[in-house]
Design a protein around this ligand. Structure first.
Ligand code: ADP
Ligand code: MG
Length: 409
C-alpha cells in the first residue's frame, strides 16, 4: 500500500514524504479514507502505530477544502489527556500542515495562559487542548467552540481514567451537534463503549493489530527482590550494564522522585516525569531524554502515555502496575519498529498477584529469577492488611475498591 492511494491531496503527500514515511501503517490505511469521507470513527490500536497521522492528515484535508477567506474559527478540536501529548500532537499538526493555509495552536494548563489567549485571538483552524484549560478559557469567554465540526478524542480511555468524563460532557454540550467525531482509545472498555455510544454517530470501527506483540519482539524478564532493595538493584543493573535510554516506571509520583534522587546520587543522569512536576520540568526532562542528556527517565503510568519516544532498549518496572493492561502499555515502549527491546520487572513478594494477573492477560509466563546478593529475605512476611489498604488508596479509581484484573475502569 502506498500513501498515494489513500485520497490525500498533494500538499499533504508532500509533507508525508518530507517526514520520510514510506508507506501508511495499517491503522492509517484503514482510517484515512474513512475520515476523508466524513465518517465517525472508533479506533483502537496500540501505542506507536501512527494514530496521530491517521487522524491529522485527513482532518487537515477536510479543513483545507472548506477554508473560506474570512476570519479563522476553530473548526477542529483535538482533545488529549496530558500536556505532553498535546504538545506532541501539535508538533505533528504543524509538520503535516506545512504546505496548507491552516493555522493551529495548542493549549494546556500549568503554564501562563496569556500567550495562548493571544494566539487564539489571531484566529486558528485547529485547536489541540487538554480538557481543563480548554474549559477554563471557554468560561473566560476568550475561546469559542461554536464552529467546531471535527472532534478528536485521542487516548480517550486515559482521559476517562484521569477523571475527565465530566469535562468531556461539558465540552460536548458546548460544541455543535452536527460534526464528525473521531475517537481513539488503546482499549475498548465498557466505559469507552458508553462514551462511544454517547458521542459517535454510526461509527466505523477501526482496529489494527499491533506490529509487535509483547511476546515476540520484547524480551520480558523479572527479578524477585524485596521492596527495600529494589533501588540498589536497579542502580547496580544500570551502572554495570552501562544502560542508557532507560525508562523506569514507578507506581507513585513520590516513588518516582525518591528513586530519581537515589540515582542522581549514584551519578546516573536521571529525571522524573509525572503529574506533579511543573510543565517546564516535564518538557525539559522529556527533551533531555530524547537528546540523550538524560539517561534514565523515571515515570508514573499517566505521565508518558502515548508519548513518542523512539527505540527504547530498556523498560523497567520498578513496581508492577496493579492494572495488568498498563503493563502492556509500559513495555510497548520498547522493541518498536523491529528493534529488540528488553522489559524488566522487579517483583516483591507483595506483587506476586499482579504478576499472575499480567501473565494471564498476555497469555504467557514471564521468566523470573533472582540476582545474586539481592535474593528476597525468606523470613520476610508481607503485612497483607496494610498493603491492601495502601494500594486501595493509591489506585486511580478509589471508589471501585481494590482493583483486580478485569475491573479496570
Ligand atoms: P500512536 O499515536 O499510535 O502511539 P504516533 O502517531 O505517535 O503513534 O506515531 C508513532 C511514531 O511513528 C512517530 O514517530 C511517527 O512519526 C511514526 N510514524 C507514523 N506514521 C508512520 C509511517 N507511515 N511510516 C513511518 N513512521 C510513521
Ligand atoms: Mg497517540
Amino acid at each position: 500500500m502506498n500513501f498515494d492511494n489513500l485520497g490525500l491531496i498533494p500538499s499533504l503527500l508532500k509533507a508525508v514524504k518530507e517526514k520520510g514515511y514510506q508507506e501508511p501503517s495499517p491503522i492509517q490505511e484503514k482510517a484515512i479514507p474513512l475520515i476523508l469521507k466524513g465518517r465517525d470513527i472508533l479506533a483502537s490500536a496500540q501505542t506507536g502505530t501512527g494514530k496521530t497521522a491517521g487522524f491529522t492528515l485527513p482532518l487537515l484535508q477536510r479543513l483545507s477544502s472548506n477554508r473560506s477567506n474570512g476570519k479563522r474559527n476553530i473548526r477542529a478540536l483535538i482533545l488529549t489527556p496530558t500536556r505532553e501529548l498535546a504538545a506532541q500532537i501539535y508538533d505533528n499538526v504543524l509538520e503535516y500542515s506545512k504546505h496548507l493555509n491552516l493555522r493551529s495552536t495548542v493549549i494546556f494548563g500549568g503554564v501562563n495562559q496569556r500567550p495562548q489567549v493571544a494566539t487564539l485571538r489571531q484566529g486558528v483552524d485547529v485547536l489541540i487542548a487538554t480538557p481543563g484549560r480548554l474549559l477554563d478559557l471557554v468560561n473566560q469567554k476568550v475561546l469559542f467552540l461554536s464552529n467546531v465540526n471535527i472532534l478528536v478524542l485521542d487516548e480517550a480511555d486515559r482521559m476517562l481514567d484521569m477523571g475527565f468524563k465530566r469535562d468531556l460532557d461539558k465540552i460536548m454540550s458546548i460544541i455543535p451537534r452536527q460534526r464528525q467525531n473521531l475517537l481513539f482509545s488503546a482499549t475498548f472498555s465498557k466505559e469507552i463503549k458508553v462514551l462511544a455510544k454517547q458521542i459517535l454517530n454510526n461509527p466505523e470501527i477501526v482496529e489494527a493489530t499491533p506490529e509487535n506483540t509483547t511476546v515476540e519482539a520484547i524480551v520480558q524478564k523479572a527479578y524477585r527482590v524485596d521492596k527495600n532493595k529494589k533501588a540498589s538493584l536497579i542502580i547496580k543493573l544500570i551502572l554495570e550494564g552501562g544502560w542508557f535510554q532507560v525508562l523506569v516506571f514507578t507506581r507513585t509520583k513520590h516513588g518516582a522522585n525518591n528513586l530519581c534522587k537515589k540515582m542522581i546520587k549514584s551519578n546516573i543522569k536521571a529525571a522524573a516525569i509525572h503529574g506533579n512536576k511543573s510543565q517546564s520540568a516535564r518538557t525539559k526532562a522529556l527533551s533531555g531524554f530524547k537528546s540523550g542528556a538524560v539517561e534514565v527517565l523515571v515515570a508514573t503510568d499517566i505521565a508518558p502515555r502515548g508519548l513518542d519516544i523512539p527505540l527504547l532498549p530498556h523498560v523497567i518496572n520498578f513496581e508492577l502496575p496493579n492494572i495488568p493492561e498498563d503493563y502492556v502499555h509500559r513495555i510497548g515502549r520498547t522493541g518498536r519498529a523491529g528493534a529488540k527491546g528488553e522489559a524488566l520487572s522487579l517483583v516483591s513478594v507483595e506483587e506476586k498477584n499482579y504478576l499472575r494477573d499480567i501473565e494471564k492477560l498476555i497469555g504467557n509466563r514471564i521468566q523470573i529469577t533472582t540476582v545474586e546478593g539481592f535474593e528476597p529475605d525468606p523470613n520476610y512476611v508481607p503485612a497483607e492488611k496494610t498493603q491492601r489498604s495502601r494500594i486501595k488508596h493509591r489506585s486511580r479509581n478509589p471508589n471501585k475498591g481494590f482493583p483486580r484484573r478485569g475491573s479496570r475502569r
